[in-house]
Design a protein around this ligand. Structure first.
Ligand SMILES: C[S@@+](CC[C@H](N)C(=O)[O-])C[C@H]1O[C@@H](n2cnc3c(N)ncnc32)[C@H](O)[C@@H]1O
Length: 222
């Protein structure tokens, strides 16, 4: 059975404000403006369109492809867009793990509270596919739940994550049971961290990654 967020589409916003006040929103938007010069952006798992609504304004030259598995989320997101902005957005009702993506196309990629829905193997595959779809020098905006290294912050985060994974497993059929090491996977795929912000004592992280414009080739032999 595929995980679906259809049942949560209408109440998703209220639920997050109930649990974390405006901090998820802060994490989503903290670095969104860094994509302002992008011309071709891929958003995986957009959700109810709050990010998209802001992104179309912040990146006025961008065409935006959204790959989203929940039809109800796409309907919500589409409703938030006014006609002139709507023309620059294409919704793809598809599973991001399998949807075909154009090679070397995107100069911006956004995964906001998305990669934490998957197992480590799935994140590796998703990151690999999106990396192939990225242009040299592309930016990747990542925001997710994260587990702080130590202290009460780690204990608190563990409790929240157990609750959240339990809740999403029941309501959406999510198969992931714990946080995947998404940032380590991005780094291993060649993305370099440029900026990071944290919220909720390290439970929420927003990070900006860049793919080097030129990959150095093998040294010329003497
Ligand atoms: C936790 S929500 C995050 C939504 C939004 N990005 C945010 O910041 O709140 C995860 C989103 O990813 C979508 N999703 C889950 N699995 C997916 C998949 N395999 N392919 C595409 N979208 C998926 C869900 O429908 C949902 O909208």
């Amino acid at each position: 059975v595929k995980a679906t967020f259809d049942r949560l589409a209408r109440i998703y916003r209220s639920l997050e404000f109930l649990a974390f006040g405006g901090d998820l929103e802060r994490a989503r938007f903290a670095l969104l403006g860094r994509l302002s010069r992008c011309r071709s952006i891929l958003v995986l798992g957009e959700g109810d369109g709050r990010c998209l609504q802001r992104l179309v304004r912040l990146a006025p030259q961008a065409r935006i492809d959204c790959v989203e598995l929940s039809a109800a989320m796409i309907a919500q997101a589409s409703r938030r867009l006014a006609p002139p902005d709507r023309a620059r957005v294409r919704f793809h009702w598809a599973d991001a793990r399998r949807a075909p993506l154009p090679g070397g196309e995107y100069d911006g990629i956004a995964t906001l509270f998305f990669l934490d829905c998957f197992t480590p193997a799935e994140v590796e595959s998703l990151v690999g596919r999106a990396t192939d779809a990225a242009a040299p020098g592309a930016l990747w905006l990542f925001a997710d739940f994260t587990l702080p290294q130590r202290g009460w912050q780690r204990l608190r985060a563990r409790a929240w994550l157990a609750l959240l994974y339990g809740f999403f497993r029941l309501t959406t059929g999510l198969s992931a049971r714990r946080l995947p090491p998404s940032e380590a996977i991005l780094t291993a795929a060649g993305w370099r961290n440029c900026e990071t912000c944290q919220f909720q004592a390290g439970l929420l992280t927003a990070s900006l990654y860049r793919r080097p414009a030129l990959i150095a080739g093998p040294e010329a032999s003497p």
